[in-house]
Design a protein around this ligand. Structure first.
Ligand code: FAD
Length: 310
């Protein structure tokens, strides 16, 4: 069986950046991705904070360029879901169902995913009025009222984006103050299409084939409110941006973790020699594209150094 120099698990910004650095350093590299390349940033239509993006940049356009760079440096890619890993020893193994791949080093770039609300009606209406991706589903809500759940950067960014389609956007946040960056908050407060229901949570979503109403609870006074769809519309949309969970179950009991996030040193080393973790899956203070690609670059260089030391 072939032994790669490096296997990268995940082709989000962190994995692609690692691929670019590894390919350019002539490491024989394989990227394993279960979906299409790009990860979470594919969900956003506007990235204002990625250094060098003066023009409006979308997640997909940024990823297209990163992916082209990965191809240019001759990195192999397979579409498969990693189901198990063996991280000790000089040759590590990555299992994808019945298939096994081997490498001297592994970079884990599995990222994170949106957290569900865990409320009555959420599963029933997922994809039928309830979404976790404004870029994917925003245009379906043209002319309708949409509710955005959350108060962080993603929630406010996506609420602003949704005003392009929706007739009105109401942000529902469980606390009295938003957590989003002040600049985003200012934009949202100035936007006439956006209003806020603070100290509030959705308890239940109801309807037939589409969302027709929901029950909200005010956490300060315990009062519940019934929201009904405008009779002229018959429905409304709900977009959930209520936090993220690292995709790290695979590594549980193997790697050091805190709250599910993989612990590394500043050079991305995990507690297994030759195994690195990068991007949103690792314990860090800022989960963004800029920090994900920085992690990827560092880990690829460290993988090269590790291989030279063998
Ligand atoms: C709506 C939204 C808006 C955002 N806006 C911005 C912004 O404006 N600016 C900014 O800098 N950041 C933004 N972010 C954050 C940014 O997208 C993330 O920080 C970044 O994508 C993290 O990159 P990553 O490569 O670590 O992980 P991810 O992007 O999560 O990619 C991980 C990849 O690994 C794959 N994977 C996971 N497990 C497996 C497995 N077992 N087998 C195979 N493949 C696997 C996944 O399918 C995925 O493609 C936004 C995020 C969201 C959701």
């Amino acid at each position: 069986m072939k032994t790669y120099d490096l296997i990268i698990i995940g082709a989000g910004p962190a994995g692609l950046a690692a691929g670019i650095y590894a390919g350019r350093a002539m490491l024989d590299t394989l990227i394993i991705e279960k979906d299409i390349e790009g990860g979470q940033i594919l969900q956003t239509s506007e990235i204002e904070n990625y250094p060098g993006s003066l023009e409006v940049e979308s997640g997909p356009t940024l990823i297209d360029r990163m992916d082209a760079q990965v191809k240019k440096f001759g990195v192999d890619k397979v579409t498969a879901t990693v189901t198990d890993v063996v991280l000790d020893g000089q040759v590590k193994a990555v299992r994808c169902g019945n298939e096994i791949f081997q490498a001297k080093t592994i970079i884990i770039a599995g990222g994170a995913a949106a957290v569900s609300l865990g409320i009555e009606g959420e599963e029933k209406f997922r994809g039928r009025g309830l979404s976790y991706c404004a870029t994917c589903d925003g245009p379906f809500f043209r002319g309708l009222h949409v509710y955005v759940v959350g108060g962080g950067d993603s929630a406010i960014q996506e609420a602003l984006y949704l005003t392009k389609f929706a007739k009105k956007v109401t942000v529902i946040h469980r606390r009295q103050e938003l957590r989003a960056a002040k600049s985003l908050q200012e934009k949202a407060f100035k936007n006439e299409k956006i209003d806020f229901m603070l100290d509030s949570v959705i308890r239940e979503i109801h309807g037939g084939d589409v969302i027709e109403g929901m029950t909200l609870e005010n956490l300060k006074n315990g009062k519940t409110t019934e929201i009904k769809a405008d009779p002229n519309d018959g429905t409304f949309g709900i977009f959930v941006f209520a936090g993220y969970k690292p995709k790290s179950e695979l590594y549980s009991g193997k790697l050091h973790m805190e709250n599910g996030y993989i612990v590394t040193d500043e050079d991305m080393h995990t507690n297994f020699p030759g195994v690195f973790a990068v991007g949103d899956i690792r314990k860090k203070s800022l989960r963004q594209v800029a920090t994900a690609v920085a992690d990827g670059a560092i880990a690829a260089v460290q993988a090269e150094t590790y291989i030279e030391s063998l």
